[in-house]
Design a protein around this ligand. Structure first.
Ligand SMILES: *[C@@H]1O[C@H](CO)[C@@H](O)[C@H](O)[C@H]1NC(C)=O
Ligand SMILES: *[C@@H]1O[C@H](CO)[C@@H](O)[C@H](O)[C@H]1NC(C)=O
Ligand SMILES: *[C@@H]1O[C@H](CO)[C@@H](O)[C@H](O)[C@H]1NC(C)=O
Length: 453
C-alpha cells in the first residue's frame, strides 16, 4: 500500500511569476519509467470535473510503466503509455486513460522538478463517460528523480528592442547559400522578450529525444512514397487551411494544433468541410496547456480535442492574450484518435513522418528555434552555428508548426512547413527546412490525429 502526500501548492497557470513556455518541469523518460501508485477519486463526474479543488483519493492502483511503452497494472492487465515532452505522461490501461503533469515547485529561485510526483491530473474511461481526478506517486523513487535547476534570469533577455537585424542578416547571407536572411522581419522593433514569446517562449529545459533509428521496414515503406508531396497542391487541390497570425502570445501550439485538425478534416472529407477552429478557446479554456505561455499539440489537437472538443473560430475569436474562458453553446468537434508518430514519445523518425503525412495529412511538429531563424526569408533553412548571442541575447525556444509536404532541391531534401506568423513572413507564411538530418530536432516529436467526421 501507499499513501499520497497532497503536494500541489498552486495551479499550473498561476504558479509563481515564472514566465516561460510550457511548465518548467524537466522530467525524462528514465525519471518516469518505473512503478507508480495512482490514487484517484470516485466522483465519477463528467468532463466538467474540477480536479484543482481539494479531493479525497480513495481508489488506489499500482501500475508499472516499462520499456518502450508497456504499462502493466497490479492485476496483470497491459496497456501503453507515453511521456509528453518533459512535462508529464499519459497511460491507457484497462479501459481508463490517466494524464497528469509532473510536479515541480519554485524554491529559492530554483525550479525543483519532483519527477516522482504529479500534480492532480485527470482519469476517465476511454469512452469518456466517467471522469475522476488522480494523482501519481512513483514507488521506486530515486534521489535522481528530483532535480533543481536555477531559474534563468529573465532580466538577461532584456526589454531592449532587437538590434543589428540587418547586419545579422548580411552575415548569415555571406556564410551560406541555402537560405536567405532578411533584416526586415516581423521582429523589427520588438524587444528580445517579445520575440521569444512569439517563437515559443523562453525555456529552461531542452528535452527533444533523438530521432529514432529507421528500421529496414521503415525505409522500405518510405521508398514507395512519392519524392515530392504537398498538401497545398495534391492533384490541384489545396487541403491546408489559411495561414494565421499568433501575434505576441506564446500560442504557437494552439495554431499548430488547429491547423492540424483543420487540414485533416479537409483530407478526410475530400475537402467538403473547410472549417477554422478557435485558438482563443484553447488559450483561455484548456487545462492541458498554459495559455500564452505554451503547450503541446499532443495535448491540444489530441487530448483536448478528444476530451473537450473544438469550437469554430467565430464562436470565440482570437485576441492573442490570456483572458477568461467564455463558455459558449457552440457545437464542438472531436478528435477520434491522437498519437506520437512511431507510437510514443521517442519513436519518431523521417521515413515514418513521410508515411504518416502522405497517408493521413499534415503533421504537427515542434523544433528548436535559434536566433538565426528570426531572420528567415526564403530557401531551405538549416541552423548556422557560431552566431549565438553575437547580435542579440537569445535562449533556444521550442516552436510548434505544421508540416504540410516535402521535396528536394539541388540535392537538399526539405520539409514544407506552415507557420503562424502571418502571410507576409517567409515564403507566403510557410518555410522550408532541411529534411532527413533531424534539423533542430524537427524529426523527433511529430504528432498525428484523426478527426471525428
Ligand atoms: C476549480 O476550482 C477552483 C477553486 O474553486 C477555481 O479557482 C478554478 O477556476 C476552478 N477551475 C476550473 C477549471 O473550473
Ligand atoms: C533536463 O534534464 C536532462 C536530463 O536529466 C538534462 O540533460 C538537461 O540538462 C536538463 N535541462 C536543464 C535545463 O537542466
Ligand atoms: C472528391 O472531390 C473531387 C472534386 O470535387 C471529386 O471530383 C471527386 O469525385 C471526389 N471524390 C470522392 C471519392 O467523392
Amino acid at each position: 500500500m501507499f499513501t499520497v502526500k497532497v503536494l500541489w501548492v498552486c495551479s499550473l497557470l498561476v504558479c509563481g511569476s515564472y514566465v516561460m513556455a510550457d511548465t518548467p518541469a524537466n522530467c525524462t523518460y528514465e525519471d518516469v519509467r518505473g512503478t507508480w501508485g495512482f490514487s484517484s477519486t470516485e466522483i465519477a463526474g463528467d468532463n466538467s470535473i474540477n480536479c484543482t479543488v481539494e479531493t479525497q483519493y480513495t481508489r488506489k492502483l499500482k501500475i508499472t510503466l516499462d520499456f518502450p511503452d508497456l504499462a502493466v497494472d497490479e492485476f496483470g492487465n497491459t496497456g501503453h503509455w507515453t511521456m509528453i515532452y518533459n512535462q508529464g505522461f499519459e497511460v491507457v490501461i484497462a479501459g481508463r486513460k490517466y494524464f497528469a503533469f509532473s510536479f515541480y515547485e519554485i524554491q529559492d529561485n530554483k525550479v525543483v522538478s519532483e519527477c516522482c510526483n504529479t500534480f492532480p491530473g485527470w482519469v476517465h474511461t476511454v469512452d469518456e463517460r466517467n471522469w475522476d481526478c488522480m494523482q501519481g506517486m512513483k514507488l521506486d523513487c530515486d534521489a535522481r528523480n528530483r532535480k533543481a535547476i536555477s531559474q534563468p534570469d529573465s532580466r538577461q533577455l532584456g526589454e531592449m528592442p532587437l538590434r543589428n537585424l540587418h547586419t545579422f542578416a548580411k552575415v548569415i547571407n555571406s556564410m551560406q547559400k541555402h537560405w536567405v536572411a532578411t533584416g526586415d522581419t516581423i521582429f523589427a522593433g520588438k524587444t528580445v522578450k517579445e520575440a521569444h514569446r512569439m517563437i515559443g517562449g523562453q525555456r529552461s529545459a531542452r528535452a527533444f529525444p533523438p530521432s529514432a533509428t529507421a528500421t529496414n521496414e521503415h525505409l522500405r515503406a518510405a521508398r514507395a512514397l512519392p519524392t515530392l508531396f504537398d498538401w497545398r497542391n495534391k492533384d490541384g487541390v489545396n487541403y491546408v487551411s489559411p495561414i494565421r497570425d499568433q501575434g505576441d502570445c506564446g500560442s504557437c501550439y494552439a495554431f499548430g494544433s488547429m491547423g492540424l485538425y483543420e487540414a485533416r478534416e479537409r483530407v478526410f472529407t475530400n475537402n467538403t468541410v473547410q472549417k477554422v477552429y478557435s485558438t482563443q478557446d484553447v488559450v483561455s479554456c484548456s487545462q492541458y496547456s498554459q495559455g500564452c505561455d505554451g503547450g503541446f499539440p499532443y495535448l491540444i489537437a489530441g487530448k483536448y480535442g478528444q476530451d473537450f472538443g473544438l469550437i469554430e473560430e467565430e464562436c470565440f475569436p482570437y485576441e492573442g492574450k490570456d483572458m477568461e474562458c467564455i463558455k459558449t453553446a457552440c457545437a464542438r468537434k472531436y478528435t477520434r484518435d491522437y498519437y506520437y508518430i512511431g507510437g510514443y514519445y521517442g519513436a519518431c523518425n523521417e521515413p515514418l513522418m513521410r508515411a504518416e503525412l502522405v497517408k493521413n495529412g499534415p503533421i504537427a511538429v515542434s523544433f528548436e528555434v535559434y536566433g538565426d531563424f528570426m531572420a528567415y526569408k526564403s530557401g531551405i533553412y538549416h541552423h548556422i552555428t557560431g552566431l549565438e548571442g553575437k547580435f542579440n541575447p537569445w535562449e533556444i525556444t521550442n516552436h510548434v508548426v505544421l508540416v504540410v509536404g516535402y521535396g528536394e532541391e539541388q540535392g537538399v531534401p526539405y520539409w514544407i512547413v506552415k507557420n503562424s506568423w502571418g502571410t507576409s513572413w517567409g515564403e507566403d507564411g510557410f518555410f522550408r527546412i532541411r529534411r532527413g538530418t533531424d534539423e533542430c530536432s524537427i524529426e523527433s516529436i511529430a504528432v498525428g490525429i484523426l478527426p471525428v467526421i
